[in-house]
Ligand binder design. Sequence first.
Ligand code: UDP
Ligand code: MG
Length: 167
Amino acid sequence: MSQATLILIKPDGLKKSLTGNILTRLSETKLEIVAAKMKRVSKELAQEHYKHLKDKPFFPELIKYILGELHDRRKVMALVYWGKDAITKCRELAGSTNPEEADSTSIRGSYGRITTSGVYENVVHVSSDAAEAEREIKLWFEPEEIIVDLYPSKEIAVKEQKKKVWA
Ligand code: UDP
Ligand code: MG
């Protein structure tokens, strides 16, 4: 079954210059990239993305991590991969959440670490199931940024909205 999954190259992945490496590893899946962008992460987006963890003791540090405050890189690379069994394939390549427990050949096993504050810096985010993937993709991307119609969308008239254009 064709599925979509959200991949984020987190600030530690960017700081360690792992973008090319991670994309090469993900290309082993033969999935299609249907959206990609660099994204500055707001506190609201970070908190919404990780809302299932808001009661965990590491939540404040996790938010600092995804905001890029721990790596002086205030951005992430966001991509949508699409194709057969995309979620399982990408989760498998990424490896377990805890980089010390992840298969040593996986992306997280190869490049992740646990900080002294206890946060798992595991270089990539990968959606965990189809419902989460849909929630996350809709959070990180507008319909027009994705080159296939993944989910139903609608057109609305937007009045007097300011938009930056080339000068
Ligand atoms: N995380 C952490 N400590 C934990 C669990 C999670 O630092 O005990 C961080 C880690 O960066 C992880 C993110 O929180 O990737 C989201 O956690 P989740 O349980 O959703 O794991 P994932 O889906 O990323 O494998
Ligand atoms: Mg998760």
